[in-house]
Design a binder for this molecule. Structure first.
Ligand SMILES: Cc1cc2nc3c(=O)[nH]c(=O)nc-3n(C[C@H](O)[C@H](O)[C@H](O)COP(=O)(O)OP(=O)(O)OC[C@H]3O[C@@H](n4cnc5c(N)ncnc54)[C@H](O)[C@@H]3O)c2cc1C
Length: 562
């Protein structure tokens, strides 16, 4: 049974191990075709993992009769609640090692039921983990301790209604388990929208957004969910907490801020009053190409620091632009979009284009959007963006490392940070896998470049492969003759290459050169931008144990302005 039923409002089944709907995953042929575009991937995809193959222990606790109707011990449901949806989770599932599987899964429908479940669990040594859409990428829905006799995953998705709308104040009381589309569908008849669009929108919930302080896309001004909160209702093991519903308050620390971003550690958010917006009536978008990525960064800064407030201001570096089909000639692409419920946005778009052109950007005439963007590059990026999580899982089945990671930096440190990320991810990829080929690599054969924007049928048939040692040994198929640009299969792993990332001083010097400034002092300063330390230290996209895979760091250098 590869999937678990549970998507409110549809009959489609969710994948228990990967992203989204089970029927939307790339099939074996598509995975193989994608794999052929990258060096060092497997000859054929790893099989889709089956719940039946997992060693699922009997539940370590029995729910009391009064709560039994809310709780299930169904193996597929339990497996689907064991992990989030980071790349590492997908790999663990593909290896049949999802970690601790919850003993029970509960689907409460009221505050009281949540409180009753917490009471019972607290008295019986049962750990409770709140679960919204399960799209966590930081292990937030996993149990990692050993002090409890059982684990209960508390799935909020049955609490998914918009309970009340205050049209005058333009806000709504919404249950925390509402998935993005479910919530928006209920606001639509009122001409209102929460307008919070994380990439995981379709499969994540209001409660999850609040508990993780999610950031939305198409949201350069109102980026974080925190900005929309008026009040929260939270059920904690010590009782319920409801904050006073106020548009703003300067009286002491905000109680809501305590729960926002708490990852469910302090209690279960069951509902929230959220500030809404009118649905936009006027929309316009366009793309701008830049031959020089750092000039593009300057253009983005100029737009962000103006009062134009674009809804979308996203810079794709040449690699991401290539992959999404937004450009084919190695240029960086800036995707710009403006929206308003009350006034046409063409003037704002024109002013933003003027700023972009003043920094070397090239663009056609801006176009008004109806339902979908009129600009081809914007459309290509958007469809790649929505499809990406499914393709990530397909590439994971082919042994590729594909992960997104985020960081934040002030404008003055950004160029050096980007250079450092590129260099260090490349070095780490080479060290861990023996391959270093980012999608923007000019050495990448042309036919391998455009990937994400291709539709199902347009993916090429697999024409070549580069088998790793482990595949040949398993006897799946004989190793092919070595290709000149790939390392041949070998008996022993190659010793790590002697490749060092540039020193912080060199990075700062490079940045200074580009900006026409004199170079920095020769010795690194503490906390200097070229050095990834402290909060700027990046989680690596490359798993040290990965062998014979190509490391591919998507988004390593795309900039999003909030
Ligand atoms: C492909 C992909 C794209 C993503 N894009 C974005 C993005 O654009 N922006 C972004 O910010 N994040 C993004 N994420 C991360 C993730 O989607 C967000 O963190 C999201 O807010 C999680 O919501 P969820 O409902 O899935 O929560 P879950 O994953 O179920 O839970 C997340 C955490 O919140 C806790 N929790 C869940 N519900 C409640 C509740 N009601 N009360 C208390 N605690 C609760 C859980 O215990 C867990 O610690 C992405 C993830 C993936 C896999």
């Amino acid at each position: 049974m590869p999937a678990t039923p549970s998507h409110p409002g549809t009959s489609r089944t969710r994948s228990w191990w990967g992203w989204g709907y089970a029927d939307a995953h790339p099939d074996n042929a598509e995975c193989a075709a994608m794999g052929a575009l990258l060096p060092g991937t497997l000859a054929r995809p790893l099989p889709i993992p089956r719940v039946a193959d997992l060693a699922i222990a009997r539940p370590g606790a029995t729910p009391p009769p009064a709560l039994a109707h809310l709780i299930t011990a169904d193996p597929a449901t339990r497996a689907a609640h064991a992990m989030g949806k980071a790349y590492r989770d997908v790999i663990r599932a593909l290896r049949g090692r999802p970690g601790r599987i919850p003993d029970l899964v509960a689907h409460p429908t009221t505050h009281q039921e949540v409180a009753d479940l917490l009471d019972w669990a607290g008295g019986h040594g049962v750990a409770v983990i709140p679960f919204g859409g399960g799209s966590s990428v930081v292990g937030g829905v996993e149990y990692r301790g050993d002090a409890h006799r059982a684990v209960l995953s508390l799935d909020l998705t049955s609490m998914n209604r918009v309970l009340e709308i205050d049209a005058t104040s333009r806000s709504a009381r919404i249950q925390a388990g509402a998935l993005g589309p479910v919530l928006e569908e209920q606001l639509r008849p009122h001409g209102l929208t929460l307008r919070h669009f994380p990439q995981s929108f379709e499969f994540s919930t209001l409660g999850g957004w609040l508990a993780t302080r999610a950031g939305g896309h198409y949201a350069t001004v109102h980026t974080h969910i925190d900005d929309f909160v008026q009040s929260l209702h939270v059920v904690t093991p010590a009782g319920a907490s409801t904050s006073w519903r106020l548009p703003a308050s300067g009286a002491g620390p905000s109680p809501d801020r305590l729960f926002l971003g708490s990852e469910g550690a302090l209690g279960i958010i069951t509902e929230a009053w959220m500030r809404l917006q009118e649905r936009p009536r006027y929309k316009a978008s366009t793309s701008v190409t830049f031959a020089d990525f750092h000039q593009a960064l300057d253009a983005v800064r100029a737009i962000a620091q103006s009062d134009l407030a674009p809804a979308n201001c996203r810079l794709l570096d040449p690699g991401e632009a290539l992959l999404s089909g937004a450009s084919h000639d190695g240029s960086a692409v800036l995707v710009l979009g403006f929206e308003s419920a009350t006034a046409p946005v063409d003037d704002r778009l024109t002013s933003a284009l003027d700023l972009a052109r003043a920094h070397g950007g090239r663009s056609g005439a801006p176009t008004a959007d109806r339902d979908t963007p009129a600009d081809t590059a914007v459309r290509a990026w958007r469809s790649a963006f929505l499809r990406m999580p499914y393709l990530r899982d397909g590439l994971a089945r082919m042994g590729a490392v594909v992960e997104t990671f985020e960081t934040a930096a002030t404008w003055d440190t950004l160029p050096a940070l980007i250079d450092a990320v590129r260099t260090q991810v490349g070095a780490a990829a080479l060290k861990a896998t023996g391959h270093h080929q980012l999608p923007s690599d000019p050495r990448l054969p042309r036919r391998r470049r455009p990937l994400l924007h291709r539709g199902r049928r347009r993916l090429p048939r697999r024409r070549s492969r580069n088998l790793g040692r482990h595949q040949s040994r398993r006897g799946r198929r004989p190793a092919p003759p070595p290709r000149h640009h790939h390392p041949p299969p070998r008996r022993r792993p190659r010793p790590p290459p002697r490749l060092r990332p540039p020193t912080p001083g060199a990075l700062r010097a490079g940045t200074a050169r580009r900006q026409g400034r004199p170079g920095p002092p020769p010795h690194p300063q503490p906390g200097s931008p070229g050095r990834l330390t402290g909060p700027q230290r990046l989680p690596t996209a490359v798993h040290a144990r990965a062998r014979s895979v190509v490391a591919w760091a998507r988004n390593s250098s795309s900039a999003r302005v909030w």
